[in-house]
Every structure is written in structure tokens, then in C-alpha cells.
Design a protein. Sequence first.
Length: 381
Amino acid sequence: MTSFSDLGLAAPLMAAVAAANYSVPTPIQAQAIPPALAGRDVLGIAQTGTGKTAAFTLPILTRLQSGPRAMPPAPRALILAPTRELAAQIGETVRLLGRRMATRVAVTFGGVPKGRQIRALAAGVDVLVATPGRLLDLMADRAVRLDRVEVLVLDEADHMLDLGFIVPIRRIVAHVPAQRQTMFFSATMPKEIAALADGMLRDPVRVAVTPVATTAEKVEQRVIFVEQAAKRRVLARLLAADAQGRTLVFTRTKHGADRVVKHLAEDGIAAEAIHGNKSQSQRERALAAFRSGRTRVLVATDIAARGIDVTGIDHVINFELPNVPESYVHRIGRTARAGAAGAAISLCDGTERPFLRDIEKLIRAKVPAMPVPEDGIARAA
């Protein structure tokens, strides 16, 4: 497949694809769209930044062209996402590609009042994008019904596992008709996720654009072995050495993210934090400033960072290594998106050596060490 015209998309979608400046299908799109258009269930293994949102959105919109309009408050398509940022991002893509078809889209997530979301559902929506917790709340309020769902999508399934959403997902799926099309996407495939997929999918077409648990090929990965007390100084040096670049810094905890921002400010480096204790408006402002370049350093936790779709992130710095090795794959996937190059540097103290060993076992590669930078970002040979 070399063009979207080869995929058999309807004329309004071809126009939408052209208006969105999509040039040629990405590998996940080229492999997933044809079976999805044929009504097959799809199991997609793909890292972030590979274009999988369009891979499930375009088949959904094609299907919505036929059949009756959605009856309030029962959507015809349901897309589940683990975080509010990812849900919002998916909603934007569905609206963009479905604009010429007058597709009605609603996005529901927690952290904001339910009133506007309930009114949108009552008016009727074709596609509902939701986080599991808020969707269960709306179901309990009888603000939404799932008995007319024709297409179910589970995106970032492995992160659903990290957030403890497996039981809520099973509760939601129990309300969706058994006769449906299901598309299931995950960057990694731990045993629990494989079991969930087995229970949701019927004779799926398996699509994998990268091996399970591999990291982006164009990410230059390095680790700096440093004592915990010296991490603040090392981070400031790394950021000072790349004064023009856009950097995403990861911490394990929300309070840790706030501490890093405070320490960077004391070192003369402006940064914003994004995590679960921030309000939705605060998170949106911080992300908008980072996306526009007004803020070049964003400090995030794993949960908040899922759904950050920002091009031109030069570096990902793990101020703290994740204690879940799969999270490392997701973290460094924030750079080197859409074929660009990027670098990921991890600061590893003595207590984190076991985390590093687990990561190297998962990615089946040793992360090269680099020296502590003095006046620039040193690179291992």
C-alpha cells in the first residue's frame, strides 16, 4: 500500500485525509485498515507515534456512513482510553477526520463536572471517547447506554493495566453487545493484557509494526550512573547543555514532579509539571505551552504523560527510572516520533539498578552508560 486511495476509503474520508495533510499510510494504518474495513477484529501491537489513532478512526467513520443515526444516549462506537489527555487527543482526531460526515463526537473523562458531558450524550453522539472511570459513573447515572455499540476500541491497553483498569473494562464490556467489531491496541503485551484480548476478540487479525516491548529504533538511549543527591545538579546540566531543545522529564510520583520543577526554577530553568493532582485546565495550559514552545521543559508522571502527542521532543530524561519496565518503553517513545530522531537519558542511582536490569531484560538490549556531563551532553562512543 502506497497511498490512502489504495485502502478503499469513501470520498468524504479521502477529502478529510487530504485536508489533514496525511501523505501516505503509516505501517500500522496500511496493515490494520483493510481488515478493519472488512469488519474483522484487529489486535494491533504498536508503539506511540505510529499513527494508530487514524488506523481505527477511519474504519469507524466508514462504518458510520451506513445504518441508522445513533439514538441518544447510545453511541454506535466506543473508544476507551486510559487518560484524559489521550482521550482528548483521540477526540480531536475523530472530529478532524469526521468533520465532512457531520460525525457527532463526545469525549468524557474525570476531573471535570459531568454536566456538559451528560448534555452532549443526551443530544446524541455517534462516537464516544471515554476513560473507564468516568464512563462507569455515567453508566451508573443512566446518562449513557452501550447496548447499541457496533465498534469497540481499546487503546493503550497495557497502560490500562498499569492504572488498574482491567476490572472496570470487563464491567464495561459486559454491557456492550457480543455481536460487535473490536479493535485492541497495545504497545506491549504482558500476560494479563493477552488474556484480556483473548476474551474480547474473535478471530482477530494480528498487526505488529514493531516487535513486542522494543523501543523506537531512532532513540539514542543512554544511562548516567549517579547518586540520588546529585541528580538535581546533573539534570540542570543536561538541560543547560540543550538550551534550545524541547525536553520531557519523567518522575515516578506527582510530588516528585513538583519538586523537580521547583529545583529547576532555583537553577534558573523554567519548567511546568503535569500530573494527576493538577486540574484539567492546568494540565491543558501546561501542555499547550510545551507544544507551542513557550515552555521547553515539561515534567510529568507516567499516567499524565500518556496521550502527550507533541512533535519535536528532542530529549526524554528519566529523572527516576520507572519500577514497571514497560513504562520505560512508553516514556522514551515520546521522542523519535513520526520517524524523527531523539535521545533518552536515564539517571540511575544505586537503588534503581534492579529497575535498569528489568528494563534491559525487557528491551533485550543493554543501555550504554555515559559520563556525568560537565559543560555539555556527553555521549558514549
